[in-house]
Ligand binder design. Structure first.
Ligand SMILES: Cc1cc2nc3c(=O)[nH]c(=O)nc-3n(C[C@H](O)[C@H](O)[C@H](O)COP(=O)(O)OP(=O)(O)OC[C@H]3O[C@@H](n4cnc5c(N)ncnc54)[C@H](O)[C@@H]3O)c2cc1C
Length: 466
């Protein structure tokens, strides 16, 4: 499995004793949850809170936080992937209700942190989507502001910043403007995993680590260490679901990678900004994201890779050339960091559903459910989807159980399958090449006749992949 330091900076900092032992016998519970990331832990939290008499266990193959939840960029958002697309087709009350639920994520998490004394370096400084480096980013950003407006988000949700306003918050190379949103907080994600898992243990939820689930059978979850009899069997595996028949090929495993600098002194931060610990990205086709960590590092990530067959990946060699590419991208955004040492390099596996939208699915007939499909936006969304799943499992008729991301039925019938290989691999590779080409054309200030063909190709590939 490797040490916490091999997983990520965050897991290294949050190093802890095992939260649970491995299962070593057959047991019987009311609810068995596979996966000890945010989805599984939040699902256990809300089920136990709403129905304290339920016997619940979480089964984690490695250690809690081993997956994306212990490795991500630490943007906790009151947002879900594809929300503008989702909301723009809803009308009236349904749209208002869905938007209110999405915006409930941060206040809800803040309440839990407060109630249970969980310290995960939570800082609600908002998020900056910057247009920088080349002129095309301003056009891309204006288009996404129009999408937010079309979906009903107002000035108080997503606000345009002129170049000088952006510069007063973030000193990124060649700033041209930005969208600012107050609906994002910076966190240290592994501390949230550990805090949640310890809270669950105190509430009486059993957590088994080193216990991989191998299959679901009627009335039981099979693990390599024993059989777990359970009425409700919930899969919270995100990019790791390929090994379990019910979610195989439903959520595709993709990788993203991150680097972190050494802690930087205050003088350097004066040249960078982020005085309020805002998280930030530029709107490069290479999907960048960053945060100023609580210990004053610059933590910066970008779009990663896809392994043939949709295999999840947990080991990332620091010598992999892709980390150099991310470092070059960081320096293109912040040339003032050229002397800062990179001390950590890691990656992780996220999950992309075929329709690009997150989901909570539960089948009353079989007691099988699943939650996930966040693409790269699951830190906050997992809270919303887990609350939705808890309402579905407990047959509660709430705004969440009738939300557009809530589904009654089997995961196999609700979630579309991805195409077989080699089509997925070809689709991903084509998208990857197109985005790299697009970035290159923009950086070289290519003329309109050079930009248009690649924009058209990228547009159609994005449509094909979601
Ligand atoms: C590098 C990176 C950066 C990201 N940055 C952000 C960000 O800044 N903001 C954001 O919102 N989202 C981000 N994401 C996405 C976000 O981290 C995920 O959407 C979220 O953590 C998913 O949580 P999860 O619990 O569903 O899945 P995971 O955290 O992946 O948990 C799944 C768990 O299941 C376990 N498991 C696997 N197989 C089995 C089995 N057979 N039996 C039992 N357990 C098993 C795994 O070990 C893992 O612990 C990022 C993702 C990555 C990889």
């Amino acid at each position: 499995m490797g040490s916490a330091a091999d997983i990520s900076l965050w897991m290294d900092q949050a190093a802890h004793e095992p939260i649970g032992q491995a299962l070593d016998m057959d047991i019987k519970v009311d609810v068995a949850i596979a996966g000890g990331g945010f989805s599984g832990l939040w699902a256990a939290y809300y089920l136990k809170t709403l129905a304290p008499d339920l016997q619940i266990c979480v089964l984690e193959a490695q250690r809690c936080g081993f997956g994306a939840s212990g490795r991500n960029g630490g943007w906790m958002m009151s947002a879900i992937e594809g929300e503008t697309r989702l909301l723009s087709v809803l009308d009236g009350d349904r749209r208002e209700s869905a938007r209110a639920q999405i915006h409930s994520i941060l206040p809800e998490v803040e309440g839990v942190l407060e109630r249970h004394g969980i310290d995960c370096n939570y800082q609600r400084g908002g998020g900056i989507f910057a247009a920088a480096r080349y002129p095309e980013q301003a056009r891309i950003l204006r288009d996404s502001l129009a999408d937010y407006r079309a979906a009903g988000f107002g000035e108080q949700d997503y606000q345009w910043l002129e170049a000088h306003e952006l510069e007063s918050r973030l000193r990124i190379h060649q700033p041209a403007g930005a969208i600012y949103t107050p609906h994002i907080a910076r966190i240290q994600p592994a501390r949230l995993v550990v805090g949640l898992a310890q809270t669950l243990r105190d509430m009486g939820v059993r957590i088994y680590e080193q216990t991989p689930v191998t299959a679901l059978t009627p009335g039981a979850m099979m693990t390599s260490c024993g059989r777990v009899h359970a009425t409700h069997r919930l899969l919270a595996l995100e990019g790791y679901g390929a090994g379990v028949a019910n979610t195989e090929r439903r959520v595709l495993a993709l990788q993203s990678r991150i680097i972190a600098t050494e802690p930087l002194d205050e003088q350097t931060w004066q040249t960078l900004g982020l005085a309020d610990s805002e998280v930030f990205c530029d709107v490069s086709p290479l999907t960048t994201y960053g945060q100023r960590s609580a210990d004053n590092r610059m933590v910066f990530g970008a779009r990663g890779s896809y392994c043939f067959g949709g295999k999840p990946r947990s080991q990332f060699s620091p010598a992999d050339p892709s980390f150099e590419a991310i470092h070059r991208l960081l320096l293109a955004c912040f040339p003032q960091l050229r002397k800062a040492a990179i001390t950590h390099r890691w990656g992780g596996t996220l999950g992309a559903p075929r329709n690009g939208l997150p989901h909570a699915v539960y089948d009353r007939a079989t007691g099988i459910g699943t939650v996930g499909g966040y693409v790269g936006e699951g830190v906050g969304a997992s809270n919303l989807m887990a609350r939705t799943l808890a309402d579905l499992v407990l047959s509660r008729e709430t705004e969440l159980s009738s939300a557009p991301w809530a589904h009654n039925g089997s995961p196999e019938s609700v979630l579309r399958r991805w195409e077989p290989e080699p089509l997925r691999w070809l689709g991903y590779k084509a998208t990857d090449l197109a985005r790299t080409w697009e970035e290159g054309v923009y950086c070289r200030r290519g003329a309109a006749w050079q930009r248009r063909p690649i924009q058209t190709v990228s547009h159609w590939l994005d449509k094909l992949m979601t």
